[in-house]
Every structure is written in C-alpha cells, then in structure tokens.
Design a binder for this molecule. Structure first.
Ligand code: UDX
Length: 445
C-alpha cells in the first residue's frame, strides 16, 4: 500500500520504516530540508537501536523515500500519517500548529479520497479540528474531496520503539467509519498476526487512551517516589516495599521503580496536557496535578542529598555524573533528571564531570562549551578529581562497577545512586558511603 508520513521525528521515522519493512511503499515528508538531506544521504537524525540499519535497507529496496515536497506526499499515499510535533505551549497545553498546518497542506493538494491518520499525541477533539480544517480549506478552494480522520496513537518506548511497533501490545484505531476501519486493519495486518490486537473504538476514546496510558504509568512512578520519601522518613527500605507490593498481581512489578523522577518527551508533557484539557473543560484533575508536582520535587532529590552530605558547601566541588539521557538506550535528554541536577550544581558553584554512553553530543548541543561541564569518554575518567559520584540514568553498564576503582579515584568516597541500581553492600565493603533513594545511607564499617 502507498503510505505518506508527515514528520520525520521520532514517531514518524519509526512508523515509516516499520511500514516499509513489511512491504509498503512509504514516502516521508518533512519541512526541514536539512533533515531530509541528511536522511537522503544515509544519515539518521536520532539514535534508536536498529533504526539506522532498517532505514538503509528499506531505502536501498526503494520502499522508503524522503522529501520536502508536501504535494508529492499528498498525491502518494492513501494513508496520510500526521506524525509532527505537538510541543507544549506556555501553559502546558499541546500546541497544534504543526498538526493543523499538515491538515491544511493535505486539504490543498488532495484530489482523491485520503485517510488522515493522527499519530501525534494530540488532545481529545483534535481529529475533529483536523477535519474542520480540511473542510475549511476545501470550502475556500471550492472543492469537495472525500476524506476521513482517524486517531491511531503510538505507544512506542524510546530505545525499544522498533520492537514496540513490530510487536505491539495493542493497535488503537479510532474511527466511526467502518470502511476506513477495514483499510487500517489491512495496513496493520502484518503486525497483528498471532491474535487480534487491533482495538476499534470511537475517535475520542482513542485519543484519550493515549493520555490515559501515559498518565497511569507516570502516576505509578510518582506514587513510588512519594513512598520512597516516606520510607526514608520512617526508616524503611523502599526496595523491600517495592517487592512486597509488586507481588500482588493487581499492582504488578512494572513501573514501580523509585528513582530521581521521570523525564522524556511523553510523560511530563502528556500529564500536563491532560490536566490542562480537563481544566479547560471545568474539571480540576487533582491527581494529575499531584503526579506532576511529586515528579518535579523528585528531580531535585539528588541535589538535596548532595547538598546535605556536603553541609551546603558545594561551591568549588566537582561532581561526577553517570548518565545524562532521561533513560537508558537513548540520547534523548528532554526533561531529563540529569539536567535539573547539573543546573542546580552549577547554580551552587560546583563543576560537573559527566559520562553517558550515547548522550554526550546531545549534552554538548544543549549546553555548549562551558567550564563547569567536562564531558569525558568513559565512566571511570569521570571520577578523576571528583568529590562524589552520582548515578542518574539506569544504563545497564553502570550496574556492576569496580567499586575499588571508584574508591581509589574519588576524592571523597561517596556514591549517590539515583536509580537504586548498584549493590550498596559491595560499595560499602569497598569503603564507600552509599546513598540511594528511599532507604538509609550505608556507611563503611
Ligand atoms: C513512555 C511510555 O512507556 C510509552 O508507552 C509512550 O508511548 C511514551 O512514553 P518513554 O518516554 O520512551 O515511553 O519512556 P519509559 O521507558 O516509559 O520511561 C519514562 C521515564 O520513567 C524514564 O525517565 C524512566 O527512568 C522513568 N521510570 C520508569 C521510573 O522512574 N521508574 C519506573 O519504574 C519506570
């Protein structure tokens, strides 16, 4: 089938390449000529495991092309995926200008039936706004070409996006038109083989499902982070509590890891946007507001622990940081806890020596050259001349470090583990003080 994808960001690229992989003829459109040039010369603007190889093989096979020509895009695909950004505007609501600009472009160039598929995370009611926009343009141009607008939210995890697309838990299709539903069912058939994962619903329920999923996951994390602070106050160990409650299948073990807060492009933005949507309709979403507030505070927990440890004297100290991305297997630093920590440290007059397996270029792009940020090429080098080590992102490679090497390189033998991934008893045996989340610090015997 012929498919057009508007937007070659994270969601658009993954959607495009996975649809090409199963044999569709995919044309990806973006207004950014640099991005399209990069993709046409074999580059990939983002890091995602497996993406690069899949883009190259599908390009070579001729099933995946990139262009800035919106008209050609509209002519190409029966399916017109809208996968452009919906950045938060000043009050946290999703900014729909890019989505509606694509809707206008499609309306202008459309000469036969098209299905507009909303892949971007958009507030409930956006499909109707997209349809209204298309109708307005058509009225202005004096045309009536048939079209449908479908909500088909993505549930891709960064770092596992290809896998999530190729083997989805669910495929949500929101449309009131049975014919459109059948066309989407056919498009998704290769990803829906062993049992039926395609859930058909009305447009607004599909739109809300996306927000509901992310808000629920964010709530689980903030709940655990809140409990971790209570655990510290009452002298309990949050890790024992985590295992204790996770064993109840109604609660489950997933997404109940306490830490230094959630980041990324989805949870912070979506929780805020859902809260704003509700408020705009006269409903105060108390729980969502609390989820956000708890997360905001939790992102400062590492700074507070460091500040307490050093008795408020962080000026002139050098702090080693392991992990800059908001989570492992991505270079994405959007809303990352590392940023809150580094910025607070700089404010307090401290220097940072940081290492991340893939996000170093991203850190350079965000912060540029500055004397209080030294990016080093391996984890142990971050410790040279550092007064303390802080683990901020749960990369696998940080899980079993050589504690003796850490001990001998650090000026002050102390580790702050923002994700509870290290074995504190081994750290302690090597002569290190081990400070983690939701439990008492361990001091060398
Ligand atoms: C999320 C959803 O998982 C995905 O389904 C949706 O489509 C987009 O948003 P993503 O933002 O890529 O995906 O990251 P995810 O793996 O969910 O992690 C989000 C954040 O929560 C990370 O900062 C992670 O470190 C943190 N986290 C996760 C915790 O602090 N504790 C946990 O138990 C799990």
């Amino acid at each position: 089938m012929d498919v057009t994808i508007f937007g070659t960001g994270y969601v658009g690229l993954v959607t495009g390449v996975c649809l090409a992989e199963v044999g569709n003829n995919v044309l990806c459109i973006d207004i950014d000529p640099h991005k399209i040039d990069l993709l046409n010369s074999g580059g990939v603007p983002i890091y995602e495991p497996g993406l690069d190889e899949m883009i190259q093989s599908n390009r070579t096979a001729g099933r995946l092309r990139f262009s800035t020509d919106a008209k050609a895009g509209v002519e190409h695909g029966l399916f017109q995926f809208i996968a452009v950004g919906t950045p938060p505007d000043e009050d946290g609501s999703a900014d729909l200008q890019y989505v509606l600009a694509v809707a206008r472009a499609i309306a202008e160039h459309m000469t036969e039936y098209r299905i507009l598929v909303n892949k971007s995370t958009v507030p409930v009611g956006t499909a109707d706004r997209v349809a209204d926009t298309v109708r307005e343009v058509q009225a202005r141009l004096g045309r009536t070409v048939e079209f449908d607008v479908v909500s088909n939210p993505e549930f891709l995890k960064e770092g596992a996006a290809i896998e999530d697309f190729m083997r989805p838990d669910r495929i949500i299709v929101g449309t009131d038109n049975p014919r459109t539903a059948e066309l989407l069912r056919a498009l998704y058939a290769p990803f829906n083989r062993s049992h039926d994962r395609l859930m058909l619903m009305d447009v607004r329920s599909a739109e809300l499902t996306k927000y509901a999923a992310n808000a629920m996951l964010a709530t689980k994390i903030s709940f655990m982070n809140e409990l971790s602070n209570i655990a510290e106050a009452v002298g309990a160990d949050i890790e024992k509590v985590r295992v204790g409650i996770g064993s109840d299948p109604r609660i489950g073990y997933q997404f109940i890891y306490p830490g230094c807060g959630y980041g990324g492009s989805c949870f912070p933005k979506d929780v805020r946007a859902l809260e704003r949507t509700a408020r705009g309709l006269g409903y105060e979403a108390e729980l969502l507001r609390a989820v956000e507030a708890v997360n905001f505070r939790q992102k400062t927990v590492l700074f507070r622990k460091l500040n307490d440890y050093f008795g408020g004297e962080l000026g002139g100290k050098t702090i080693a940081i392991w992990g800059l991305s908001f989570k492992p297997n991505t270079d994405d630093m959007r809303e990352a806890s590392s940023r809150v920590l580094m910025e607070a440290l700089w404010e307090a007059g401290a220097r940072v020596r940081a290492y991340d397996p893939v996000a170093m270029d991203e850190a350079r792009r965000i912060y540029g050259e500055r004397p209080d940020l030294i990016l080093v090429n391996d984890a142990l080098s971050a410790l040279d001349g550092a007064d303390a080590l802080v683990v901020v992102t749960e990369w696998s490679q940080f899980r079993s470090p050589n504690f003796n090497a850490i001990r001998s390189r650090l000026r002050i033998p102390v580790i702050f583990d923002g994700r509870n991934i290290l074995d504190g008893s081994l750290a302690r045996a090597a002569g290190l003080t081990y400070v983690s989340i939701g439990r008492a610090p361990l001091k060398p015997a």
